[in-house]
Design a protein around this ligand. Structure first.
Ligand SMILES: Cc1ncc(COP(=O)(O)O)c(C=O)c1O
Length: 384
């Protein structure tokens, strides 16, 4: 069934591994909505399927495609990126020590500090971009997980996955990478040593701002992975059948979308880097960005579609600029075909690392000159 052997990732994604539906010979898979499966007269379940909270044929193809694109042993779809991420932490035991970055997706940081700590995890937030800090924070035999996000929301800081993984391994800790922003198009964390890769499939993997979903990929089908799969089944953090179907459709164009967004983001970053109304552009593709050298090693073919601009004039000027965009959409989220702008400090509230003058930009696939012109006019009007 699988015609993808030896093919490049673009071909694997476009044809979703080349699978066809054996029952109908359809190229596009059917939508499986059944929640339950027939038991054989002798009381066995020979299909291997029992109940759709544990697994669902609607997941099979998308999970197989994502596992292949990431170079992992298996993948598991979840009801959201948060459901996928929190499953990794819930697979640990109370008392375990975990390291996570100070700069990371804010909602997961909040969950770690407000829920996971009450549940018994010892969560330590550190500067994950500095291997010396990581080395000092690791407690051999006690630290069970190191969580990386690279590039990291909303400053797009870069963590060296290979260097961090080498340190973690020596201390007996696993490494999970939130690779939502890079996507497998630009970075394959398992090749750099990571144990788990996590994506908010809501973002680039689906790419059309029309589903909430998450996915984990594992290097090995080991005990930790089995615990994660059990958590998905028992807590019911399962994706819907239609969302899984939509996700597979979105995946087919992943490479085109991410490359287009990355190219435009690079151009936009360079255009505004020395602009009269801009204090700073945060983007790992800029040669003077702090993580640029690592990003150039770790990311292949671009630096992603996410960047932030710091607007001269502080919070008022940033909010006024966002108020005047016409083509960019003022909205949260990222990784869709449409470009979004967001005043990030307003969303994250107290404790955010986002400066008050920062606008987060998710670059879509529109014409790049249109995007630049629209930001130019918004920056001018925002100053009046
Ligand atoms: C980097 C990153 N990780 C995780 C998440 C959580 O994903 P979801 O909203 O699907 O729960 C997001 C969502 O914004 C994100 O941007």
């Amino acid at each position: 069934m699988d015609t993808a052997d030896g093919r490049r990732p673009e071909s694997i994604a476009a044809q979703a591994l080349g699978w066809i539906d054996e029952a109908t010979r359809a190229i596009t898979p059917p939508l499986h909505v059944s929640t339950t499966y027939i038991r054989d007269p002798d009381n066995q379940y020979r299909s291997g399927r029992v109940y759709a909270r544990a697994d669902n044929p609607a997941f099979d193809q998308a999970e197989a495609v994502i596992a292949r694109l990431e170079g992992g042993a298996q993948a598991a779809l979840f009801a959201s990126g948060m459901a996928a991420a929190t499953a990794v932490f819930q697979a640990l035991a109370p008392g375990d020590h975990v390291l996570a970055p100070k700069v990371m997706y804010w909602s997961l940081r909040n969950w770690l500090m407000n829920f996971a700590t009450h549940w018994g995890l010892q969560v330590e937030l550190i500067d994950m971009t500095d291997p010396a800090v990581v080395a000092a924070a690791l407690r051999p035999g006690k630290t069970r997980l190191v969580w990386i996000e690279t590039p990291a929301n909303p400053l797009w800081t870069i963590t060296d996955i290979a260097a961090t993984t080498a340190l973690a391994r020596r201390a007996g800790a696993r490494v999970a990478v939130d690779s939502t922003v890079a996507s497998p198009v630009l970075t394959r964390p398992i090749e750099h040593g990571a144990d788990f890769v996590m994506h908010a499939a809501t973002k680039y993997l689906n790419g059309h701002s029309d589903l909430i979903g998450g996915v984990l990929v594992t290097r090995a089908d080991d005990d930790a992975w089995k615990r994660i799969k059990t958590i998905r089944a028992q807590l019911g953090a399962t994706l819907g059948s239609f969302e899984a179907w939509l996700l597979l459709r979105g995946l087919r164009t992943l490479y085109l979308r991410v490359r287009a967004a990355s190219q435009s983001a690079q151009r936009i970053a360079e255009h505004f880097a020395h602009h009269e109304h801009i204090e700073a552009v945060l983007y790992p593709g800029l040669a003077d960005a702090s993580g640029h050298a690592i990003a150039a090693r770790q990311m292949a073919g671009g630096f992603g579609g996410m960047l932030s601009i710091r607007v001269k004039g502080g919070e008022a000027a940033a909010v006024a600029t966002a108020a005047h965009v016409a083509l960019w959409k003022r909205a949260t989220s990222l990784g869709g075909v449409e470009s979004l702008v967001e005043h990030r400090a307003s969303v994250e509230g107290a404790g955010t690392p986002a400066p008050a003058d920062l606008l987060r930009l998710s670059v879509g696939i529109e014409d790049c000159d249109d995007l630049i012109e629209d930001l130019e006019q918004a920056l001018s009007l925002g100053r009046r």
